[in-house]
Design a protein around this ligand. Structure first.
Ligand code: PLP
Length: 397
């Protein structure tokens, strides 16, 4: 069958592929430890489940307005005002089927053939393909471990061309856990204002921050910056609701209306009772979120300590999200049974086969020489996984 050019452009998400491989090995009885999936291990808080169950029992099982129910849009506006200091109306909000769908719809409604979108690397694996699927050109701009994997205004300036339409900022970041301070965002916002460039701000990990780090939404810098900002967010990570598929966009009303049209001709509304769950998540007690974040911080400390104790590995200490991105460059070029390991894809294959540990190669995030480990897993499993990695790496000559 002759498939579309679009279909040939895209490969499956590598993180989902590695997680699936680890699951398949487990199904064969192989004891694999997976640092692959970017998903919390906690259950969704009970009060959120109860809200969805009540909605089901009350028959809230039909189509809703395409862009989400009014109550949820109002709760999102209230949240953005209360927590991020930005004021939006319902006409500025669209609820979609997960944060990924929010980004996808945004790209379809906003990016044209040949438009350039600057994506600081390391980046979330799905940004470049979603920009490319919209006909745009993803422009990857490298950042270094030394600069905390953050883009500085000078580097941003250099990447801008007459075709640049937008910059993607993901703070806290998947895969590095690095997060921008207010001052750093101010520097980037100034460049955006100067060039009249839009800022796509993915804030899905905003509540998963450590050591008292204050998440700042770049839209809160000024009214001018807000006009250029598209905020993407969702309930998946904060509330351990990955399977519920609720994400949202806040931005200029013309864009939201265009995204709404695209959504109306593709998925229609996000699941009715999942919206009720999301409503409860935003309005209900946040106590479980705090407890989960405290636990993630303990695990971050555990995994960073374990990784840096391995000879040749350095590990940037994340300010947020639940990933670490250790530098394993020292192990590239080493050999196992006469076979040279030259890149992190091979190293990941080696770790899966020989250590029975699943991790994701940095190259998938636009940064060769690193691995991504997701750590929402039990502390004793983290310890065992790191011990296996250490032992396997020591076997390389
Ligand atoms: N943005 C980032 C940076 C992510 O890491 C993810 C999920 O991995 C998403 C958005 C999308 O999340 P979801 O579609 O599950 O809401």
């Amino acid at each position: 069958m002759k498939l579309s050019k679009r279909a040939h452009m895209i490969k499956p998400s590598p993180t989902l592929a590695i997680t699936a491989k680890a699951k398949a090995m487990r199904a064969q009885g192989i004891d694999v430890i997976s640092f692959g999936a970017g998903e919390p291990d906690f259950d969704t808080p009970q009060h959120i489940k109860d809200a969805a169950i009540t909605a089901l029992q009350e028959g809230f099982t039909k189509y809703t307005p395409v862009g989400g129910i009014d109550e949820l849009k109002e709760a999102i506006c209230a949240k953005l005002q209360r927590e991020n200091g930005v004021q939006y109306l319902k006409e500025n909000i669209l609820v979609s089927c997960g944060g990924k769908h929010s980004f996808y719809n945004m790209a379809q409604a906003f990016i044209d053939e040949g438009d350039e979108v600057i994506i600081p690397a390391p980046y979330w694996v799905s940004y470049p393909p979603m920009v490319a699927l919209a006909g745009g050109k993803p422009v990857s701009v490298s950042t270094s471990e030394e600069e905390g994997f953050k883009l500085c205004p000078e580097t941003l300036e250099k990447a801008i061309t007459p075709k640049t339409k937008a910059l993607v900022i993901n703070s806290p970041s998947n895969p590095t856990g690095s997060a921008y301070t207010r001052e750093e965002l101010m520097g980037l916002a100034d460049v955006a204002l100067k060039h009249n460039m839009y800022i796509i701000s993915d804030e899905i990990y905003e509540k998963i921050v450590y050591d008292g780090f204050e998440h700042v939404s770049i839209a809160s810098m000024s009214d001018e910056v807000k006009k250029l900002t598209i905020i993407l967010n969702g309930v998946s990570k904060t509330y351990s609701m990955t399977g519920w598929r609720i994400g949202y966009t806040a931005g200029p009303k013309e864009l939201i209306a265009a995204m709404n049209n695209i959504q109306s001709q593709s998925t229609s509304n996000p699941t009715s009772f999942a919206q009720k769950g999301a409503l409860d998540a935003l309005q209900g007690s946040q106590a479980e979120v705090s407890a989960m974040v405290e636990e993630y911080q303990r695990r971050r400390d555990l995994i960073c300590e374990g990784l840096t104790a391995i000879t040749g590995i350095s590990c940037y200490t994340p300010q947020g999200a639940f990933y670490v991105f250790p530098n394993v460059g020292a192990y590239l070029g080493k050999e196992y049974k006469g076979e040279r390991i030259t890149n992190t894809s091979q190293l990941t294959g080696y770790l899966l086969d020989e250590a029975r540990v699943a991790v994701v190669p940095g190259v998938e995030f636009g940064a060769e020489g690193f691995l991504r480990l997701s750590y929402p897993i039990a502390p004793e499993v983290i310890t065992e996984g790191i011990a296996r990695i250490k032992e396997a790496l020591a076997r390389l000559d």
